[in-house]
Design a protein around this ligand. Structure first.
Ligand SMILES: [Zn+2]
Length: 445
């Protein structure tokens, strides 16, 4: 058959069956055919990929803080989605806080959607927020298309997004159970952190001891227990403490509906290597010891961790307080939307993992978390969201060449493997100019 809009001829591509070769025929923005390389699919446009390139599904990043409107000087939809496109990411889901208003009711969601409209290079969905007093808003937000609800169990860093108490979890989960909603949790326990030494100054070990593993471990346990009691789906955001992995695996064996993600920085950076005063490394929960990092990789290998997503959380350079290098005062957050794929791939390859593994963690896993039916795989009927990746090409990270608004990064000067050569959304190449992204709703993509 001929007449596809575009045909990709790939000597290497990552499909649900693993890495293979083949042709992908695209019609009306969807994957309409997958055939052996010799099958001679023809299209109006043929993209013949060389031996050095691999066709991947576009990545899905379910953890991005866009911050617009309200803190658009931190990040915005135009710059965040440009960074996503440059990084091979074709779908992002925006966190409900750091924008003003926070996404805690339908009116605020509408404000967000209005702000995002006509600006997005890639597809964008939205998380809602679960905060004290808004239990009555959750159903409306769910019906309006948010993918689930984020809560904190300690100070979020911004006044307009207060945390839930652990004792609130049961009530919120009960409400969510009514419509099979998903609660995603920043799992650090406020009391444990309150009792830990507070952090002042530029020494990273002081910051690390102010956010102990025990705080994460306790909060993860509380979420698992509440999810188990309610039968509600829960998801642990940005897992840093490897201590929690056996608990997560055990809970799942017991039938608790709990999943977990970690982030590139926890898999690559180590506390031992953070220079004094280098607040570009500050995030919460913190980057921990090398030994912890090794166990997180094991958690990915054995399936205790489902996804790797960026937690792209930028701010203005002033808020990082690099002038004084104070880990206590600096805003916490690492921006790696554009760099996630090469950062993870560089370290994964060194450890003997394949691109199929990376795709499972960074495309398929997040798509499943979000319930996206047509994204995260190269599969018939799926959106033709694709990334052309050159896995052996090395480059050195230069912040000046990054696309997000405030390109401060702890990866500055890192030599990474893997260059994104092109990103395609619904069969159209994202060359960086025209916003083609859709605003996604739960169940609609
Ligand atoms: Zn976050």
């Amino acid at each position: 058959m001929t007449g596809y809009d575009t045909v990709f001829r790939a000597r290497r591509m990552v499909t649900p069956a693993g890495e293979t070769s083949g042709c992908v025929g695209v019609a009306d923005g969807r994957i309409a055919a997958i055939s052996p390389l010799g099958a001679g699919l023809d299209g109006r446009r043929v993209i013949d990929l060389g031996e050095d390139l691999v066709l991947l599904p576009g990545l899905v990043d379910s953890h991005v803080h866009v911050n617009e409107p309200g803190r658009t000087e931190w990040e915005g939809f135009a710059t965040a989605t440009r960074a996503a496109a440059a990084g091979g990411v074709t779908t992002i889901v925006d966190m409900p806080l750091n924008s003003i208003p926070p996404t805690v009711d339908v009116a605020a969601l509408e404000v967000k959607r209005k702000a995002a409209e006509d600006q997005c290079l890639v597809d964008v969905g939205f998380w809602g927020g679960a905060v004290p007093g808004n239990r009555g808003e959750l159903r409306g937000l769910h019906d309006a298309g948010v993918f689930g609800f984020k809560c904190f169990l300690l100070d979020s860093g911004v006044d307009e997004f207060p945390p839930l108490r652990p004792s609130d979890l049961d009530g919120y989960m009960e409400t969510l159970r009514g419509f099979d909603g998903l609660l995603i949790v920043h799992a650090e326990d406020a009391t444990t952190i309150g009792q830990a030494p507070s952090c002042h100054g530029g020494r990273y070990p002081d910051f690390l001891s102010s956010r102990p593993r025990a705080a994460e471990n306790l909060a993860v346990a509380q979420v698992i227990q509440a999810a188990g009691r309610a039968g509600t789906r829960a998801h642990i955001l940005h897992l840093s403490s490897s201590d929690a992995l056996p608990m997560l695996a055990g809970a799942r064996r017991d039938g608790v509906r709990v999943t977990a993600e970690t982030c590139p920085h926890y898999l690559v950076l180590t506390a031992e290597e953070v220079p004094d005063g280098a607040t570009q490394f500050k995030c919460c929960p913190p980057v921990r010891e090398a030994s912890n990092r090794e166990l997180l990789w094991r958690g990915l290998a054995d399936g205790a961790i489902d996804c790797v997503v960026s937690d792209h959380s930028p701010c203005t350079p002033e808020l990082k307080r690099l002038d004084i290098g104070d880990f206590g005062l600096a805003w916490g957050g690492i921006s790696s939307l554009e760099l996630g794929l090469p950062v993870v791939w560089t370290e994964a390859r060194r450890r003997g993992f394949s691109l199929t593994d990376v795709v499972r963690w960074m495309a398929e896993g997040p798509a499943r978390l979000l319930g996206l039916q047509r994204k995260g795989l190269i599969e018939l009927g799926y959106d033709a969201d694709l990334c052309v990746f050159d896995p052996d090409q090395a480059f050195v990270v230069d912040p000046a060449r990054l696309h997000h608004k405030n390109p401060l990064t702890p990866y500055d000067g890192h030599r990474l493997l893997g260059v994104v050569r092109g990103t395609w959304l619904r069969g159209e190449e994202l060359a960086g100019q025209r916003p083609r992204g859709h605003l996604l709703t739960r169940g609609g993509a």
